[in-house]
Design a protein around this ligand. Structure first.
Ligand SMILES: [Ca+2]
Ligand SMILES: [Ca+2]
Length: 388
């Protein structure tokens, strides 16, 4: 809802000026009261009416596709999605996973349950790609005195539906042209979605379904600048999410039929998440799955890049000047894993750019959203007692 400064029109301004009139002036008190009511009326109308005449922003229907377990930015990004949903800015339709380990889905379910949303569908892939447990997915099984530290009811990826079915089901049920998909792992699931045939969810094949339902793919993948090595040399960068399932990334870049905004490796790299915030901002809960995952992944304190978080922030708040956008064009994933960009009028792709003067505010938004507590009463978490 837009509340604009134009609310304070002539009537309101004159009323404000009249408030300075002394009570002793004849009729001053009556005029003041009358015009105070006018001010209040105008102000309240401004609050309840979208004066721009635009529709109020609806929550963005969002699908989160993640390789959770391979690094901790996925976990902080998922926390951000929950905070944005609590603020009425998005609605998480489903989480689909591209890390092929049976504890990835239970860990996602435990995070969703922590935020009071344990019924969100979780889909898995059977790709063999990054099939190790990872450093923190095991937190799903952590117990204290025989009870799960992070309660959840999805006990294994074996009990979860296939990601393509979850994607097709969520897309088929959504309004046309509404869905934003945030992909912060490999392109395995979305490439498979494109080649999926019609089924009981929709008669349309995957490509048709994406073209009809998806408004934007906000993706953390690739690199659109050379990246400095430790010795300072600038080199081409073959980005992890691209090269880990290269055939899928190539299929996605070739055939995805809806707009894409790419957060290249350089964006998260330039927006480090302060480790001090991991240590301090999550202490409202006795045990916090985000902070514990970060500490498990990174026992030696250091600020880490915010790669996956940036794709969530852009997906839900594209107009807040956290980033600049490139001109439109075409991103291609090459055989050797490099991503190239060619400008083109009306092109499908753009990539994020971060200016020096945007960095402090953007990092602040990322850290505040990731560490926002669950809504009171919506989850069963144990809040820490206040310090004496
Ligand atoms: Ca559940
Ligand atoms: Ca990731």
């Amino acid at each position: 809802m837009a509340v604009r400064s134009e609310c304070f029109t002539t009537e309101a301004t004159s009323a404000i000026m009249v408030l300075r009139r002394p009570f002793s002036e004849p009729g001053g008190l009556f005029v003041m009261l009358k015009l105070s009511v006018a001010v209040l009326t105008v102000f309240v109308l401004c609050l309840v009416t979208d004066v721009s005449g635009e529709e109020p922003h609806k929550p963005v229907p969002l699908i989160f596709d993640t390789d959770i377990g391979n690094d901790y930015d996925d976990v902080l990004a998922l926390g951000m999605v929950h905070a944005l949903q609590s603020r009425g800015e998005c609605r998480l339709l489903a989480v689909t996973i591209t890390k092929d380990h049976n504890l990835a889905a239970p860990f996602v379910d435990s995070v969703n349950t922590f935020y009071g949303r344990g019924n969100i569908p979780v889909g898995v892939c059977h790709s063999g790609i990054t099939n190790d447990q990872g450093t923190f997915n095991g937190l799903a099984n952590r117990t204290d005195e025989g009870r799960l530290r992070y309660p959840h009811d999805l006990q294994s990826g074996r009990d979860a539906p296939d990601a393509v079915d979850v994607l097709r089901s969520a897309l088929a049920a959504a309004d046309d042209g509404s869905v934003v998909i945030v992909q912060v792992g490999f392109s395995t699931n979305l490439a498979r979605l494109l080649s999926s045939p019609g089924d009981s969810f929709s008669a349309q094949n995957g490509t048709e379904l994406v073209r009809k339902k998806v408004r934007l793919l906000s993706i953390m993948a690739g690199a659109f600048r050379q990246i400095p090595e430790k010795d300072g040399r600038l080199l081409d960068h073959r980005e992890y999410n691209v090269v880990t399932d290269l055939p899928a990334a190539m299929r996605l870049s070739k055939s995805w039929p809806a707009p894409i905004v790419w957060s290249g490796f350089e964006i998260g790299l330039n927006l480090p998440y302060p480790y001090q915030c991991i240590l301090e901002d999550y202490r409202y809960a006795t045990h916090h799955p985000l902070a514990e995952a970060c500490r498990a992944y990174s026992p030696h304190p250091h600020d880490r890049p915010t790669w996956d978080l940036t794709s969530v922030l852009y997906a839900v708040r594209p107009e807040h000047d956290y980033f600049d956008l490139s001109e439109p064009g075409r991103v291609r994933v090459q055989n050797d894993g490099l991503t190239t960009f060619e400008p083109a009028n009306g092109g499908r792709d753009r990539y994020l750019i971060i200016r020096q003067d945007q960095k402090a505010r953007t990092i602040e938004a990322l850290t505040h959203l990731a560490s926002q507590p669950p809504q009171t009463g919506s989850s069963g978490i144990q809040f820490s007692s206040p310090s004496p």
